[in-house]
Design a protein around this ligand. Structure first.
Ligand code: NOJ
Length: 591
């Protein structure tokens, strides 16, 4: 996939200076709150089957950085298991663990060398089984990351593929002849102009067999050939392997890029340069080809055998593209991530209002994410340097009260901030080295979880693989647990409300005061229960008036269930609510 689309997607939501950018259905008692009947949606009140993942709060864990049980500076599965009580108390229903499979770690696990094992740095399959069992005891499901676009170049399939033109796995990857080039001994030029998302040509020459192979990301991540039915079968077998072990679903990596144009047409070149200093390109022939949907429909059938959920890493440009990922008959991804949400770069009530309305009207189940292991932390993206904690609570109050499933990124609940490398030598993420200084890579958002104010944030007794910022002194689980006004306690209250209040779980979404430039407000309504969410996105106090007569709530009163306003007003008359700067109010409305 060419670079305009590539690293730009990471950049889209980051502040890269000026430049860059699930279930075992039948089986366990635990697994099923599935198919509880209820009614939702405005007016229609039609009974629909409710799936567990619609009520769930998801939590992304980057395993290198979550908890280090053996103090080697890198997190591990036993570490995650030791923190399950914390996650339960926070209000998490499912954890998504980014790749923990054997890997050379060129892309920190997104280069998988064996889909059916655990990398020794993280533990063993027995550790994984224990994690799933302990999680189940706490009603937490485990989701894994399925890297389906590519393998590591050290995967046995690729080692065989590159061994000769007639090897059994040759056609499991995308091999092509180069274009003839001039001059004696010339090896040929790459087959076309496609650029890798992580920079350079997307074609890597293999001198041994005299052909190029295609890689959408790093050269060490050769793309699988999904046009070969043997690839599909093998990959679906890998999925079954984990479903059989009790995994409740997958987050599917890089689904946009599964297919490329078989005719290898050049991608259109756009004006300007990307962060690698290369020409920008439209990824017309390397991204979102229609064949992707055939694979997703087939994979969904496998997932459905296990009642599993499929979450998509879907970098869509608009709601129509997002809708396609649900499938015409809701038979593809249950949860394509709305990553466009992360591209709202400033605290803008109108921008978030527009984005929420579009997704809400999209017809599928919305999935809200505000940061992840590829995107600058929301604490930095939205913080103004003065009210960051208050803004972190404001953002939480928004994405945790919307109709849809939220995916928290570890540390968001304590206000972790990016800790970007200060020099090129410090950079671990290879793209950060290549694109330095325009882009410093993704290390900053992947630093160790801050558990205590002690050395290394209590993550490890030895120097961790990435440095912990000094803000860990104040922003850590231990200190925040004992501060009633902390970001952590605000998250806990919010998640508790979200699990308790039917209007927040099942209610529809109704935007209020649609022209207000500063305050985002909306109702969540389920039968006769109504919750009003009022979010002051501005740095100044605001007064808002709500006329709910068209909702049959002409003389309704409000009772604040939760607020981040340090002075706590807002009042009970919806005719005039006083809002402190950057404050959030979650209000029960009663006639
Ligand atoms: C998306 C993942 O989130 C990112 O971390 C990874 O580098 C690429 N896909 C390639 O697998």
């Amino acid at each position: 996939m060419p670079s305009s689309r590539g690293i730009a997607r990471f950049r889209a939501a980051t502040s890269l200076g000026a430049a860059v950018v699930v279930l075992a259905v039948a089986a366990s008692a635990f697994s099923l709150r599935v198919f509880a009947q209820h009614e939702r949606n405005s007016g229609s009140q039609e009974a629909v089957a409710r799936q567990w993942w619609q009520d769930a709060v998801f939590y992304e864990i980057y395993p290198r950085s979550f908890a280090d049980s053996n103090n080697d500076g890198v997190g591990d599965l036993k570490g995650i298991t030791s923190k399950l009580d914390y996650l339960r108390a926070l209000g998490v229903d499912a954890i998504w663990i980014t790749p923990c499979f054997p890997s050379p770690q060129v892309d920190f696990g997104y280069d998988v060398a064996d889909y059916e094992n655990i990398d020794p740095m993280y533990g063993t399959l027995a550790d994984f089984d224990r994690l799933v069992a302990e999680a189940r005891k706490r009603h937490i499901r485990v989701i894994l990351d399925f890297v389906i676009n590519h393998t590591s170049d050290k995967h046995p399939w690729f080692l065989d593929s590159e061994s000769s033109r007639i090897s059994a796995h040759r056609d499991w990857y995308i091999w092509r002849d180069g274009k003839p080039s001039e001059g004696p001994g010339a090896l040929g030029a790459p087959p076309n102009n496609w650029r890798a998302i992580f920079g350079g040509s997307a074609w890597q020459f293999d001198p041994k067999t005299g052909q190029f192979y295609y890689h959408a990301f790093y050269p060490q991540q050769p793309d699988l050939n999904w046009r070969n039915p043997a690839v599909e079968k093998a990959m679906f077998d890998q999925a079954r392997f984990w479903f059989e072990r009790g995994v409740a679903g997958f987050r599917l990596d890089a689904v946009d890029t599964l297919f490329e144009d078989p005719a290898l047409r050049d991608n259109p070149v756009l004006p300007g340069k990307n962060s690698f200093g290369e020409p920008k390109m439209e990824s017309k022939y390397t991204s979102k080809l229609p064949e992707v949907h055939d694979v997703l429909r087939d994979l969904r059938k496998v997932a459905d055998e296990y009642g599993a959920v499929l979450i998509g890493e879907t970098w869509t440009n608009n709601i129509d593209e997002l809708k396609e990922y649900y499938g015409q008959h809701s038979n593809e991804l249950q949860m394509p991530m709305d990553l466009m949400f992360t591209s709202v770069k400033t605290l803008s009530a109108p921008e978030f209002r527009r984005q929420i309305a579009a997704v809400d009207a999209g017809g599928g189940w919305p999935v809200f994410v505000i940061s992840n292991h590829d995107i600058d932390r929301s604490y930095n993206r939205y913080g103004d340097g003065q009210h960051n904690d208050q803004i972190a609570k404001l953002m939480a109050a928004m994405y945790l009260t919307l109709r849809g499933s939220p995916i928290l990124y570890y540390g968001e609940e304590i206000g972790m901030e990016n800790n970007d490398p200060k020099t090129k030598d410090e950079v671990k993420d290879p793209i950060g080295k290549v694109a330095w200084p325009a882009y410093r890579g993704r290390d900053g958002e992947r630093t160790p979880m801050q558990w205590t104010p002690g050395p290394n944030g209590g993550f490890s007794t030895v120097t961790p693989w990435l440095p912990v910022p000094s803000s860990a002194q104040s922003h850590n689980v231990a200190s925040e647990s004992s501060d009633p006004e902390s970001i952590l306690n605000f998250y806990k209250h919010l998640l508790s409300l979200r699990h308790k209040e039917k209007a927040l779980l099942y209610g529809d979404y109704l935007a209020l005061n649609p022209d207000d430039p500063n305050v985002l407000s909306y109702l969540r309504r389920y039968r006769d229960e109504t919750i009003l969410v009022v979010l002051n996105f501005s740095s100044s106090p605001q007064t808002v008036t709500f006329d709910l007569s068209s909702q049959g709530l002409a003389s309704a009163k409000g009772k604040t269930l939760l607020t981040s306003d340090p002075a706590k007003p807002a009042g009970s008359s919806l005719r005039s609510l006083s809002l402190a700067p950057y404050s959030a109010y979650i209000i029960r409305v009663s006639r």
